[in-house]
Design a protein around this ligand. Structure first.
Ligand code: SF4
Ligand code: SF4
Length: 427
C-alpha cells in the first residue's frame, strides 16, 4: 500500500474518533461476556467471529496510529498497520457483522461493536475496497431521487395495475371521493401519512388494504425505503437516500411517515436523520394503533396453527418497537408463542448489514445455525416478522435447514384477517 493511501486512511479514521468511539476503543477489558452473544461466533466458534474479535482488528489499527505504544513500540504486538492484509481482516470483520448489536446488550460497558464496524466500513470505502454492489445500489437510489419527475408517470401506471389486488383484500378506498378515493393514492395533498414501501407489490398491496380499512388519509411514496447507503456504511449516501423521502413528506405536508416492514430503513429515518416536521413510525406500530383505536378488527379464526415472531434487530433491540407486534399478534391469533430467547435477547436472523443484498448464501447459512435451531425449538408452524431482510433470511434458513415452517410478513397476516363491514368473526 502506498504511503499516501495509508496517510489518507489514518486521517479518515481520525474523523470518526468522537468521544463515544474513543470509549469503545479504549475500554474493553476482554472480560469475554460478549463471546457467546454473536450469532456468528455462536454458530462458527472462531474468535474472529466474536464481537470482541472483530473489534480487536479496529483496536489494533487504532493503537498503531493513535496510541504511544503503536508509535514507539509496535514490536510489542497488538497493533496492525495499514496494508493489504489488514484491509482483508477489516473487510472480514465488517462484513461478517450484521450490526444487530446483541453483543452490546451483554457488554458491561455498552461497547457498540456495530459503531466500531462503521469505522471499518468507512476505511474500506476510503481504500476503494467496499462491496461494489452496495455502492452501486446506493448510487441508483440517489439517481432515482434526482430523476424522479421522469419516472412518476410509469410508476403511477404500475400502481394502477395493482388496484384490483388491494380491493380484493379490502373492498373500498379510504374515502368515497377526492384524493383518497383511489385504493393507492399518489401525491395526495391533504394526506396525514406518507407510506414508504419497497420494490415489489408485496410491500405495498397488503399495507394499502390495511390503511384503507382504517380510513387513513394516506399517500404512497414514489421511493423505496431500503437504504443501501446504510448497509455499505457511507453516511453521505445514507443521508441522500433518506433525504428524498424527507423532501417528499415535507412537500405533501404529512404529519407522519410510516416505513414499510424494513428494519434498517426505519432505524435510519427515525434515529439518524435528526428532527423532522413529521413523526416516523414503523408499519407495525401503525397496525397496533389502528387496533387500539378500533379502526380495524381482525378475524382470529384465520390462523389455527402455532405462530411465532422474529423481532427484527433494527426494529426491536435498536428501535424500541417490542410490545407493538405482540399486541398485533394477540389480536390476530390465539396461537402466538415466543421464540426463546426473545425480545432484546432474540438472535439476529443473520441477514442484516447488507449480507442478503450481497448474496453470501453459504456464509449466511453457516453463521445462523443458532437461529435455525431457535426457530426449530419453537415448534411453530408459522414464523412471522416485520422486516423484508429478515423475511428473506428466515426463508433461506427455513429451506436450508428443512425447518418446514411458513415464513410470513406480519402485515400480510393482518391484511388477510381484516374483518369486513357486516362480517362476523370468532373472538
Ligand atoms: S453487532 Fe451483532 S453481528 Fe456484530 S458483533 Fe455484535 S452480535 Fe455479532
Ligand atoms: S463484553 Fe465488552 S468489555 Fe467484555 S470482551 Fe466484550 S466488548 Fe470487551
Amino acid at each position: 500500500m502506498d504511503t499516501q493511501l495509508s496517510r489518507d486512511l489514518k486521517r479518515l479514521f481520525e474523523t470518526r474518533l468522537n468521544s463515544a468511539m474513543k470509549m469503545y476503543l479504549e475500554t474493553c477489558t476482554r472480560c469475554g461476556n460478549c463471546l457467546d452473544s454473536c450469532h456468528v461466533g455462536a454458530s462458527i466458534p472462531e474468535i474472529k467471529y466474536t464481537a470482541v474479535g472483530r473489534a480487536e482488528v479496529i483496536r489494533k489499527v487504532f493503537r498503531r496510529y493513535f496510541k504511544m505504544q503503536g508509535s514507539f513500540a509496535p514490536w510489542l504486538g497488538e497493533v496492525l498497520e495499514f496494508d493489504d492484509g489488514t484491509l482483508e481482516r477489516i473487510y472480514e470483520a465488517a462484513y461478517s457483522c450484521t450490526g444487530c448489536r446483541r453483543c452490546m446488550v451483554h457488554c458491561p460497558f455498552g461497547i457498540d461493536t456495530q459503531q466500531l464496524m462503521s469505522i471499518a466500513k468507512a476505511l474500506l470505502i476510503g481504500a476503494d475496497k467496499e462491496p461494489k454492489l452496495l455502492s452501486m445500489l446506493s448510487d441508483m437510489s440517489i439517481a432515482k431521487g434526482e430523476g424522479i419527475e421522469e419516472t412518476k408517470a410509469s410508476y403511477a401506471e404500475a400502481i394502477t395495475n395493482l388496484e384490483a389486488d388491494v380491493l380484493a383484500l379490502w373492498p373500498t378506498a379510504a374515502e368515497a371521493e377526492g384524493a383518497f378515493s383511489r385504493p393507492m393514492p399518489l401525491e395526495a395533498k391533504g394526506a396525514d401519512l406518507l407510506y414508504v414501501g419497497l420494490a415489489g407489490a408485496h410491500s405495498i398491496v397488503p399495507a394499502a388494504a390495511i390503511m384503507n380499512a382504517a380510513k387513513e388519509r394516506w399517500s404512497l411514496s414514489f421511493f423505496e425505503a431500503v437504504n443501501f447507503g446504510a448497509f455499505v456504511g457511507d453516511s453521505r449516501k445514507m443521508k441522500a437516500i433518506a433525504q428524498r423521502i424527507i423532501d417528499e413528506a415535507i412537500g405533501l405536508g404529512v404529519k407522519e411517515v410510516a416505513i414499510v416492514e424494513c428494519g434498517t430503513a426505519f432505524r435510519v429515518m427515525r434515529h439518524f436523520m435528526g428532527k423532522q416536521p413529521f413523526k416516523v413510525i414503523a408499519f407495525v406500530e401503525l397496525i397496533d394503533r389502528y387496533l387500539s383505536q378500533g379502526r380495524i378488527t381482525l378475524d382470529k379464526s384465520k390462523i389455527t396453527e402455532k405462530v411465532t415472531y422474529h423481532d427484527p434487530c433494527q426494529i426491536a433491540r435498536n428501535g424500541g418497537v417490542i410490545e407493538e407486534p405482540r399486541r398485533v399478534l394477540r389480536a390476530l391469533t390465539e396461537y402466538f408463542v415466543e421464540l426463546r430467547p426473545t425480545k432484546e435477547e432474540n438472535w439476529c436472523c443473520g441477514g442484516g448489514g447488507g449480507l442478503v443484498a450481497m448474496g453470501e448464501m453459504e456464509f449466511r447459512m453457516k453463521s445462523s445455525k443458532v437461529k435455525a435451531e431457535q426457530m426449530r425449538a419453537s415448534k411453530a408452524a408459522i414464523i412471522t416478522t416485520a422486516c423484508e431482510n429478515c423475511h428473506s433470511q428466515l426463508s433461506d434458513l427455513n429451506e436450508h435447514y428443512a425447518l418446514g415452517m411458513k415464513v410470513e410478513f406480519l402485515s400480510h397476516l393482518v391484511a388477510k384477517a381484516l374483518v369486513r363491514p357486516g362480517q362476523s368473526y370468532r373472538l
